[in-house]
Design a binder for this molecule. Structure first.
Ligand code: TRP
Length: 331
């Protein structure tokens, strides 16, 4: 099992945790897992200041560990520490049609938001690098969100195309989209997914101060009624608060609806704020502990990369041989 997440901000938000990281933690018992920080992908939208990128990457790694990803059981590493990702990506770029790449909806969305001339070629080839990320480990399962389904389809098409042209080489991966993963929406606009690209007032960052989190929750958009009921179509704000409370307390939504029957929106918001803070406070402490020893964190990442390279280098060697590159003598 393999998954990746970009280190594109100083803090992940509750949507990242409940939609991805929580599943990653749960899966390390049942599968051999590889989790990486997609620092190469993190250059595609804008080139961050170098010190900022370095800091975000380490903070992201510390957050995975704070969330419960255990470096003893799981290989945690940085994409840039494993050159095989880009080595394989080139071959896949040459197997991908320009039109095929142009149909990727995430590229279309992201490039539509920016100035067309400034959109990077890296943003265009992003899904091809993602295919290399996955296939290089011969991953069977890739836990991702619904928005990544098309990239996994491309990955499967490239695996199939390579296998047809050069012989069986790649395992065919499946997207692993968990039904249990709670969909967390923006607090201000509860029709949009919680996202770091929306204004901060609607985003519950895992490393936000407790008072800030409570304030954001108290200002969350609700509706003109008074009834606490889970009904995403007509009551998106209240439903989102119930979903958040359900996910962080592990209690079924139906139980919460019964518990809060007859109560006001203020009481629900207080309960959500308390539950979120009860989760984020120890999380922030654990992250700070990990970050207090950067040399040790870097050693953990180096060990993860070593485990990753042991598999990835074998795949690249086999791909390069099959493609017909002359083997370097003595290697
Ligand atoms: N594109 C993924 C996202 O935005 C991140 C990612 C990069 C990834 N490479 C991957 C996810 C490989 C799974 C497998 O969420």
């Amino acid at each position: 099992m393999l998954s990746g997440i970009q280190p594109t901000s100083a803090s992940y938000h509750l949507g990242n945790y409940l939609g991805a990281l929580k599943q990653w933690v749960a899966m390390q018992d049942a599968y051999e897992v590889f989790y990486f920080l997609a620092d190469l992908h993190a250059l595609t939208a804008e080139l961050p200041d170098p010190a900022v990128l370095t800091d975000r990457s380490r903070r992201a790694a510390a957050q995975l560990i704070a969330a419960g990803v255990d470096p003893e059981r799981s290989a945690i590493f940085l994409q840039s520490h494993v050159p095989a990702h880009t080595q394989l990506s080139w071959v896949f770029e040459c197997l991908t049609g320009f039109g095929e790449g142009s149909r990727m909806t995430q590229f279309k969305d992201k490039s539509a938001r920016g100035n067309a001339d400034r959109v990077s070629v890296g943003l265009f080839t992003y899904p091809i690098l993602q295919a290399a990320d996955i296939l290089i480990y011969q991953a069977h399962y890739v836990p991702v969100g619904e928005d990544q389904r098309q990239h996994i389809e491309l990955t499967r098409n490239l695996a199939q195309r390579f296998n047809n042209r050069y012989g069986e080489t790649f395992v065919m991966p499946d997207a692993y989209i968990t039904k249990e993963a709670a969909k967390i929406l923006d607090l201000q606009d509860p029709t949009a997914k919680m996202s770091k690209s929306l204004p901060d007032a609607g985003t519950l960052n895992l490393l936000d101060d407790s008072a800030v989190l409570a304030k954001k929750i108290k200002r969350a958009t609700t509706d003109g009624e008074t009834e606490i009921r889970f009904d995403p179509a007509t009551k998106p704000g209240i439903s989102n608060l119930l979903a958040i409370l359900s996910a962080v307390t592990d209690s079924p939504i139906a139980t919460l609806e019964a518990d809060f029957a007859g109560q006001g929106y203020g009481g629900l918001k207080n309960a959500v704020a308390d539950a979120v803070v009860a989760f984020t406070e120890p999380f922030g402490k654990r992250m700070a502990e990990v970050l207090a020893d950067i040399p040790e964190l870097d050693r953990v990442l180096a060990r993860g990369a070593e485990r990753a390279r042991a598999i990835a280098d074998v795949t690249v060697k086999s791909v390069y041989d099959r493609v017909g590159f002359v083997p370097a003598a003595g290697r």
